[in-house]
Design a protein around this ligand. Structure first.
Ligand code: HEC
Length: 116
């Protein structure tokens, strides 16, 4: 009897482990999703795409941010996680953060891309 219960519990935990592994564990950053997030979350302050005309004139556009000297996906991420005042902390998930940063760095001009 005890052995059967132990077996049951063991098989349940196997099923459980399988289910939690079925979801996307690691996915590559998706700049297209990043762009739609940026339009939704960031465009009140930043010009996020070349089609956008209005935003706050005192705030750098995503293209300007991408083309700052030495800018990388990592340095962009850091500035979203720990923004400099008056930029607010924006509650997003890690994968949204990666998608947004991938989108912003994709606006970097090709001649800057080789710069480390
Ligand atoms: C309420 C307005 C506001 C919103 C919304 C906002 N930002 Fe900003 N952001 C700013 C301001 C202002 C700065 C400039 C801060 C400074 O003086 O360096 C800034 C700076 C940045 C920088 C740093 C640029 C650099 O290299 O110096 C990044 C990256 C950035 N924003 C990304 C984002 C992203 C991504 C979103 C959306 C998820 C977002 N921001 C939403 C106001 C905003």
């Amino acid at each position: 009897m005890t052995a059967r219960i132990v077996f049951l519990l063991a098989s349940l935990s196997i099923i459980d482990a399988g289910a939690s592994m079925a979801g996307p564990v690691t996915t590559a950053p998706d700049p297209v999703h990043g762009m739609s997030l940026a339009q939704r979350l960031c465009s009140t302050c930043h010009v996020v795409s070349s089609e956008q005309v209005h935003a706050n004139a005192d705030i750098p556009s995503f293209r300007e941010i991408a083309n700052k000297q030495g800018q990388t996906e990592g340095s962009i991420m850091a500035k979203i996680i720990i923004p400099k005042h008056p930029m607010p902390v924006i509650p997003i998930t890690k994968s949204e953060l990666e998608d947004l940063s991938a989108y912003i760095i994709s606006l970097r001009n090709p001649e800057h891309r080789s710069t480390p």
